[in-house]
Design a protein. Structure first.
Length: 247
């Protein structure tokens, strides 16, 4: 069961969520495949357009009605935040109906996960007078510290032109602006640290963030690309599934 937050944007869904689903089906052909969305708002909006997406609990109960007794659940969440908490509650509700349910970890869970993602994100080096800022969603829970750890680890590797910030957590835009004052780049490229290129990218990053940085005198580019478009990132999710199957 592949679990996604979901998106109402057809273009990015095809390039990210659908691509990850296809990768999972190809990587594990011996397993039955099912997907689910966690955002009820997105599920409702898609239903109005004639597109049906199941919640994780509905998807699990559907699989049980088809006779399945063992379940592997892998989320495409970036950090272990609110969405993962909600998913684990759904799994707990469904546990009595299955012999076993295993839940995989999000993209950034262990220190090793962060190291692998840093290698992927920093493979393409910025131009001479350019800094790159990866912008995640963030939250008000302790797990938002994952983004600060990612930023710290980049700096520890000597990657001072790379920064990690968040829209709704920490590091904040203000904290990132202080870092940019130290590196003094001429231009800044904003890159979504989000699975899909949806509302947060189009409205917050390409809107609010771009405007604020331009006010500070930077030339600003926005890379309109979700993490799910990256083949190496998709492969990391597959490795999380493999770890579940072996453990």
């Amino acid at each position: 069961l592949m679990v996604h937050f979901g998106t109402t944007h057809d273009d990015t869904r095809a390039l990210t969520i659908d691509a990850i689903n296809a990768k999972a089906q190809a990587a594990f052909p011996e397993l039955k495949f099912q997907e689910a969305y966690t955002s009820r708002i997105i599920i409702r909006r898609l239903k109005e357009r004639g597109i049906t997406k199941l919640t994780p609990l509905d998807a699990m109960l559907k699989l049980r009605s088809e006779g399945y007794t063992h379940l592997i659940v892998q989320s495409t969440n970036i950090i272990d935040g609110v969405e993962m908490e909600s998913l684990r509650r759904d799994v707990e509700s469904a546990l009595p109906f299955f012999k076993e349910i295993r839940v995989g970890t999000p993209l950034l869970y262990s220190v090793e996960d962060c190291e692998k993602v840093i290698d992927i994100l920093t493979a393409e080096q910025p131009e001479k007078k350019e800094d790159i800022v990866y912008v995640g969603h963030g939250n008000q829970l302790p797990s938002t510290a994952t983004y600060a750890m990612l930023d710290f680890m980049m700096k520890a590797h000597g990657l001072k032109k790379f920064h990690v910030s968040t829209i709704e957590g920490y590091p904040t835009l203000d904290a990132t602006l202080l870092q940019l004052k130290e590196t003094r780049p001429k231009s800044v490229t904003l890159v979504p640290l989000l699975l899909v290129c949806g509302n947060h990218t189009k409205e917050d990053i390409a809107g609010v963030w771009k405007t604020e940085l331009e006010k500070q005198g930077y030339q600003v580019n926005v890379r309109m690309q979700g993490l799910g478009e990256n083949k190496a990132i998709r492969q990391l999710y597959m490795e999380h599934i493999k770890a579940m199957l072996k453990d």
